[in-house]
Unconditional design. Structure first.
Length: 200
């Protein structure tokens, strides 16, 4: 009888261990908009209410998706994925649907977020003359790209400072190898074509 006691105790504890394991996971790149939390797990993108509940899987592709970011109006997710080889920027509705490829950089395009006016902020090595990342703003409505005047920037945000007019109120803060710094105030009006490469 005593031989079976350890087995009986293990069988009784199994449901408790199974319930605890259901809550464990490897959750990355959280993005919050209103009461909706979007995050990556198991190489896919999920959404769940901040009040809790069961997370809804938004993507199911075999390739990994990462860095989801919700648009200011809360209707679209921008994210990075390697569906067709290189990591590129994609968008899809927050309610679910098919992803749309937005970049063809071939240089590890990584989503950093959104601008207040609904453009995608991302980092890429495509237009760099050295193996460095640069920040670009992509308008998903027409595909226009604008370089931000920062060197070696890999992450950042655009925000509006209170008490400034819209045309002068946009500030760029970016993470670079030498630390976080602000770019010049004016971020529009730059050419969307790649900078010419210098010959050696």
């Amino acid at each position: 009888m005593r031989r079976f006691l350890p087995i009986a105790l293990m069988l009784a504890a199994f449901p408790l261990a199974a319930r605890a394991a259901e809550r464990l996971g490897y959750y990355r790149y959280p993005a919050l908009h209103g009461d909706t939390l979007v995050f990556c797990a198991e190489g896919d993108i999920f959404q769940v209410s901040i009040r809790g509940g069961v997370a809804q899987r938004l993507t199911t592709h075999l390739a990994n998706e990462s860095r989801p970011s919700v648009s200011p109006d809360g209707t679209t997710i921008a994210f990075s994925a390697s569906y067709e080889g290189p990591t590129e920027v994609y968008t899809m509705p927050l309610s679910g649907g098919l992803p749309v490829r937005r970049t063809y950089d071939g240089g590890n395009a990584l989503v950093a977020g959104w601008t207040p006016d609904g453009k995608i902020l991302y980092a890429t090595q495509k237009f760099s003359t050295l193996p460095e990342t640069e920040m670009l703003v992509l308008d998903p409505r027409n595909g226009a790209k604008t370089h931000l005047p920062l060197a070696q920037a890999s992450d950042g945000t655009l925000d509006r400072r209170p008490g400034r007019s819209t045309s002068r109120g946009t500030r760029t803060r970016a993470a670079t190898r030498s630390g976080t710094r602000a770019a010049p105030r004016r971020t529009s009006g730059r050419s969307s074509s790649p900078r010419p490469r210098r010959s050696p």
